[in-house]
Design a protein around this ligand. Structure first.
Ligand code: ATP
Length: 238
């Protein structure tokens, strides 16, 4: 049995008086690809941001790679291999593709290694190599998503947190992005994937969590979730 890379216990997160995450338990094993699905406002983005250190939990614990993350300064999170690809991508539109990718390596002083990592990203996304000098803001939505994922890959993540990678993209581009997600997973990167496109997420991941009003209401294998009647009705449009 492989060990847990991430173990979340009774995690609670609030924005002032708004309780967005109400005591969730979650674990991810090394090498797993796990989906987090749920309606708008269920607390998925808040969960990812909290795991990435952007929001402090009000209660509960996050153990990642053997460390209690409450004791780790946020500026060390990326160094420890935690990378978030945020909702809306968060790329720098006035920087070139390559400059955006370089930002992924900002924690490292090893320029040779960073360039090798960028070449690896170009291997995954040949389109970005073709456009490496282009301003990121002038790219298509799908290409911008590639930049956002590519930038995270340059930080050499052990756990990649992906927030709605398919948002706003045409179906054919979504397929391409999910192909890349599978390729990255096959390289051994562990992933937690938040997706509105629950069907595709569950077809891609091994396990999934369903989040409703700040709580995890179902946790199961992707296969079981795909055939769960309640999940089908609420999230799979069936
Ligand atoms: P979506 O798919 O729409 O992003 P989500 O499942 O990711 O939804 P969150 O964005 O985590 O949900 O939001 C959870 C709850 O927290 C919602 O009620 C939302 O209104 C609230 N919320 C989110 N961000 C903030 C904030 N910065 N300040 C106050 N409340 C917030």
């Amino acid at each position: 049995m492989s060990t847990n890379l991430l173990e979340v216990k009774q995690l609670k997160v609030a924005y002032g008086g708004i309780h967005a995450v109400k005591g969730i338990d979650m674990h991810i094993k090394q090498g797993e690809l796990v989906a987090l699905i749920g309606a708008n406002g269920a607390g998925k983005t808040t969960t990812l941001k909290t795991l990435a250190g952007m929001i402090k939990p009000t209660e509960g614990s996050i153990v990642y790679d053997g460390a209690n993350m409450a004791q780790i300064p946020v500026y060390n999170y990326v160094e420890r291999g935690l990378a978030l690809v945020p909702e809306g991508r968060g790329i720098f539109s006035r920087l070139t593709v390559e400059e955006n990718l370089l930002m992924g390596g900002y924690r490292s002083n090893d320029k040779v290694q960073i360039m090798a990592d960028i070449e690896r990203v170009y291997g995954l996304f040949p389109r970005l190599k073709e456009r490496h000098k282009q301003l990121a803001g002038t790219l298509s939505g799908g290409e911008q998503q590639m930049v956002a994922i590519g930038r995270a890959m340059v930080s050499r993540p052990k756990l990649l947190l992906l927030d709605e990678p398919s948002m706003g993209l045409a179906p054919i581009i979504v397929q391409k992005i999910f192909e890349i997600i599978r390729m990255i997973a096959s390289e051994g990167v562990t992933m937690l994937l938040v997706e509105q496109n629950a069907k595709l997420a569950l077809q891609t991941c091994q396990r999934g969590y369903v989040m409703e009003s700040g709580k995890i209401t179902v946790a199961d294998s992707a296969e079981a979730l795909l055939s769960n009647e309640r999940v089908q009705q609420a999230y799979l449009g069936e």
